[in-house]
Design a protein around this ligand. Structure first.
Ligand code: SD4
Length: 346
């Protein structure tokens, strides 16, 4: 119930902030309508419609994460560095309960982390089921750059991280431990993946050189079965970057993104000419069409095109995403399928 309350509270706060921020949308320059021009870019030239640099990320904690990424992007830095540094912010924040330090543990009380990173040249690195290392995203980058592999898991990933100089530490905070113990006492028969514990971070950036990169990091579904790995470290499922087209990341029940290779699907839909938001919508609709009870799941996609347009779509209301570009930092509510259905029935 605690989780549910936290989710609702977060949604409410997110909604309030989005409302406030949305009211300043016209002042700040709309980041997601596909037509606006970033402040400081000359209008009318061929490059004027490309909004760069820009960074987008999932959920409210994307705001401080974007701010860290922006430090790099705004000084001409690389998208790859920006997304790594950006998502390290919630990884280190014990109050972000779905990422890194302080993340919800699995059913046995162990915090296990999944992460991946991808650059503009199709290089990628990932770790899964990583324990006791606070910054899995940086380990994923090391896998990409210092090994000939794409993904390391479990004990091997941990040994690799230690060999790369990462220090082991306890990631189960007192708060996470207390919540887990309460969950155990509540007699929860099986770990649930539901709409209450899906606020992890996926981040996409387009730098001033015109290159895209993405990063994704999470503690995964709360109280998951030990050994469970979600979509987050799976290239194509939780994250995909194609420098010719765009990039996508996801949030929600990872198994559904894995079954559909969801982020790859979103990028391919953009390749066919769909806007980021329409590509996200089509991917969500495809998932929902195969799920008779889709209304009890949450899945959300966030996408960024090669020209800096962004958009998102989800099943449930409540998913928001942060967008930062020159002169503007916003938290926006994603449109959702339930609302669309309600509208169609009315
Ligand atoms: C997973 N998709 O492990 C992740 C969890 C999450 O926002 O919360 N995403 O399934």
């Amino acid at each position: 119930m605690n989780n549910r309350r936290n989710f609702l509270k977060l949604s409410a706060i997110g909604g309030l902030i989005s409302g406030l921020l949305l009211s300043s949308k016209t002042l700040a320059g709309a980041a997601t309508d596909g037509k606006s021009v970033v402040a400081g870019q000359p209008q009318g030239s061929a490059t004027a419609m490309i909004k760069k640099p820009i960074v987008v990320s999932t959920w409210e904690h994307g705001m401080p994460a974007n701010a860290a990424a922006w430090q790099i992007l705004s000084s001409g830095g690389k998208a790859l560095d920006a997304v790594e540094q950006g998502v390290r912010v919630p990884e280190a924040d014990p109050n972000v309960r779905t990422v890194g330090l302080g993340g919800y543990p699995d059913a046995s009380g162990e915090v296990t982390l999944d992460a991946c990173i991808m650059d503009h040249q199709m290089n990628c690195g990932a770790v899964a089921y990583l324990k006791r290392i606070k910054h899995p995203i940086s380990v994923a980058r090391k896998v990409m750059e210092q090994s000939s592999h794409v993904m390391l898991v479990g004990e091997g990933a941990q040994q690799f991280a230690k060999a790369q100089g990462f220090v082991e530490e306890n990631l189960l905070t007192e708060q996470s431990k207390a919540d887990w113990q309460q969950w155990l006492q509540s007699g929860a028969a099986k770990p649930q993946i539901n709409i209450e514990n899906h606020d992890t971070i996926g981040m996409l950036a387009l730098d001033s050189h015109g290159n895209l990169a993405g990063a994704f990091t999470t503690s995964g579904a709360a109280y998951k079965l030990p050994g469970r790995v979600g979509d987050s470290p799976i290239i194509g499922a939780g994250l995909y970057v194609d420098n010719e087209v765009g990039a996508a990341t996801a949030t929600g029940q990872g198994e559904l993104m894995m079954k559909t290779v969801g982020c790859h699907l979103v990028v391919e839909l953009m390749r066919q000419g769909l806007s980021p938001k329409e590509a996200c919508r089509k991917a969500v609709e495809r998932i929902a069409a195969r799920l008779p009870d889709f209304a009890s799941f949450q899945v959300g996609f966030l996408a960024l095109s090669k020209n800096g347009d962004s958009g998102a779509f989800c099943i449930q209301p409540g998913f928001n995403y942060a967008v930062q570009l020159q002169g503007s930092a916003q938290l926006l509510d994603a449109d959702n399928l339930l609302h669309q259905h309600a509208g169609a029935k009315a």
